[in-house]
Design a protein. Structure first.
Length: 255
């Protein structure tokens, strides 16, 4: 590791992604400090999720590079990037309707082990993950729903379960795409507290449209607009930035 990468968890340089001629992410430079809580904000379609997909290897960049703690990971597969300690949640919930939260978390815990690629799983083998699975469910406030089919959970509970699945991977760097989307005020408050707890000893990058969430959590904010970095700084700095105000007002008046 060179001195220029010290203290930097994740860095994108000149990152660009084209979809059939449409540039969704345009020459983005992003530096995420080790241990930081970094928010990505911007109007709908600004390229936030695409940037997450690039950082986590779910999409390959058209150009540019990505490093994790100084190591070039550009073009690696999602599992390989996960192996470097980067895990992400999805903006859209993707759970197995018939499995309960405990089973979901047990599977996630198992996926970190050498058993992860085994198709066949016995109850006895899975049971070794139960104590840790129950701890994680407790952590996200789902203990009382451990055996309810995921399909029957309320929306906020599904999001909490997704958080437990990311935590099961125990990543050094967590990417959370809209962890509070669609939540009521109580769930939002609980999620803010949860993210604060899990950010201790970790690096967190999150996307959220709720400025209360951004202001409560982020020590640094990057504003994207039409695929480009529009502004960057503390929450207090960017919220006063006239370019940011215009970008959001523009969105509102177009709506
Ligand atoms: N697979 C794809 N193929 C073509 N265009 C895409 C693809 N994925 C995203 N886009 C386009 O890229 C742009 C950025 O989308 P992205 O989902 O990254 O935005 P976002 O900032 O996450 O928005 P939101 O706040 O609504 O989640 C949008 O115009 C979107 O339509
Ligand atoms: Mg998105």
């Amino acid at each position: 590791m060179t001195s220029t990468t010290q203290g930097i968890a994740l860095r994108a340089t000149g990152l660009t992604k084209d979809f059939r001629g449409f540039r969704a992410v345009n020459d983005v430079d992003l530096t995420v400090a080790e241990g930081g809580v970094h928010a990505l904000v911007g109007p709908n379609g600004a390229g936030k999720t695409t940037l997450f997909n690039l950082l986590s290897g779910f999409l390959k960049p058209t150009s540019g590079t990505i490093t994790v703690r100084g190591e070039d990971v550009t073009g690696l597969q999602p599992e390989q990037i996960a192996h470097k300690g980067v895990a992400r949640s999805f903006q859209i919930t993707s759970l197995f309707e018939n499995l309960d939260p405990r089973e979901h978390v047990e599977l996630a815990l198992q996926s970190r082990t050498t058993m992860g690629r085994t198709f066949w799983r016995s109850d006895r083998l899975m049971r070794q993950f139960r104590p840790r699975a129950d701890e994680l469910l407790e952590e996200v406030g789902l203990s009382h729903l451990a055996t309810k089919p995921a399909g029957e959970l309320a929306y906020g509970q599904k999001r909490a379960l997704e958080m437990a699945l990311v935590l099961a991977l125990d990543p050094a760097i967590m990417l959370l795409d809209e962890p509070t989307a669609g939540m009521g005020i109580e769930d939002v408050t609980r999620t803010i507290e949860l993210v604060k707890r899990i950010a201790a000893g970790r690096t967190v990058v999150f996307v959220d449209h709720n400025m209360h969430v951004v202001g409560s959590l982020a020590d640094k904010v990057t504003v994207l607009q039409q695929g480009r970095v529009l502004a960057e700084g503390t929450y207090e700095e960017v919220r006063k930035d006239p370019r940011v105000i215009t970008a959001y007002l523009g969105e509102a008046s177009n709506a």
